[in-house]
Design a protein around this ligand. Structure first.
Ligand code: FE2
Length: 271
C-alpha cells in the first residue's frame, strides 16, 4: 500500500489559459501562483490543494460533468446570488451553461461550463450534515469576508472537491483505500467520498455503468510521497494493480510517474 503524505494537486486541462484563469480568479476567488508557457498553478487562499491548469489548445475535448471541481460558500443564499451573478456575466466569461440552483439532501449548488471544456460547481453544504466531519465541516479556518471578494454577492470559501467516475464503487473504494492509501470519508447509497486523512478536500467517486468518455492523463490527481525511494517502490507495487503504468521520470528534485486506476482515471505519484 502507498503511504502518501498528501493529495496535493489536481491537474486540469483547459483550452486557453487567457480564457480559463479569469474563471478561477474572478468567479471562484482563487489565485494564480505561477504562470509559465502553457501551464499555470492556481489555488484558493483557504485550500492548499493546488490545481495545475494545462493549456490544451482549441481541440481539447469537453470533460464529462462527473469530472468537475467544486468550491463551497458559507450560506445557502449565496448559491442563488452566484447563479444571478454568473447569468449576468455569462457572455463576459464565455460561460456556456449555468444551471439553476438545485438542492440535494445536504447541499445546494449550481454548475456551470467554462470555455475550457470543464464543469465547475459552487455549492453550499450543511455543516450539520451527518456525512462525516471532513465533508460537512467548514473547509476553512478563516472565513473570507465580502471585502475579500467584493461585488458578486457570494464568496467561495474553499476548493472542496473533485470527482471521478467508476464502474463498481466498492471495488474502486477498496483500490483507493488498500492500494493508494487514501481514506474513505463518507458517501452513501450512490457515491463514495475519498480523501487524504490530513486534509479536508475530497474526491467524490460516482458509479457510471455506461461511461462513455475517458479522460486524458493531463487530467489527473497527484499523490505526494515522502521520498524518491517511496516513488520507486510505489511504481513496482502498481505494476500489477494499475490498468496502465507509465515509466518513472527522474527530474531535478522530482521523481514521478503516472498510472491509470481500475476505471482508467489518471493519477500521478511524485516526491
Ligand atoms: Fe460536486
Amino acid at each position: 500500500m502507498l503511504n502518501p503524505i498528501g493529495l496535493t494537486h489536481g491537474h486540469y486541462e483547459c483550452r486557453a489559459l487567457d480564457e480559463t484563469l479569469p474563471i478561477f480568479t474572478d468567479l471562484l476567488a482563487m489565485q494564480v501562483l505561477e504562470r509559465g508557457k502553457g501551464q499555470a498553478v492556481v489555488r484558493h487562499p483557504n485550500t492548499s490543494w493546488r490545481l495545475v491548469v494545462h493549456e490544451g489548445g482549441p481541440d481539447a475535448p469537453d470533460k464529462p460533468h462527473n469530472n468537475h471541481y467544486g468550491v463551497r460558500v458559507a450560506r445557502p443564499a449565496e448559491v442563488d446570488a452566484a447563479h444571478e451573478y454568473l447569468e449576468a456575466n455569462k457572455a463576459r466569461y464565455g460561460l456556456k451553461r449555468v444551471s439553476r440552483p438545485s438542492a440535494q439532501h445536504f447541499a445546494r449548488s449550481i454548475y456551470f461550463s467554462e470555455p475550457g471544456g470543464n464543469t465547475l460547481e459552487i455549492e453550499y453544504y450543511d455543516p450539520q450534515a451527518a456525512e462525516g466531519r471532513g465533508i460537512a465541516a467548514p473547509h476553512w479556518q478563516r472565513e473570507l469576508a465580502e471585502s475579500d471578494f467584493p461585488g458578486r454577492g457570494y464568496v467561495p470559501q474553499a476548493l472542496t472537491h473533485g470527482t471521478l467516475e467508476c464502474h463498481d464503487k466498492d471495488a474502486s473504494a477498496a483500490f483507493y483505500r488498500d492500494v493508494l492509501g487514501l481514506q474513505i470519508a463518507g458517501g452513501g447509497r450512490i457515491s463514495v467520498y475519498i480523501k487524504h486523512p490530513a486534509t479536508p478536500w475530497y474526491l467524490v467517486v460516482l458509479p457510471m455503468p455506461k461511461r462513455k468518455k475517458q479522460l486524458r492523463p493531463v487530467n489527473r490527481f497527484t499523490l505526494t510521497l515522502a521520498s524518491a525511494d517511496d516513488v520507486e517502490k510505489a511504481h513496482r507495487e502498481l505494476g500489477s494493480k494499475a490498468t496502465e503504468l507509465q515509466a518513472i521520470e527522474r527530474g531535478e528534485g522530482c521523481t514521478s510517474f503516472l498510472f491509470a486506476d481500475l476505471d482508467h482515471n489518471w493519477w500521478e505519484v511524485r516526491a
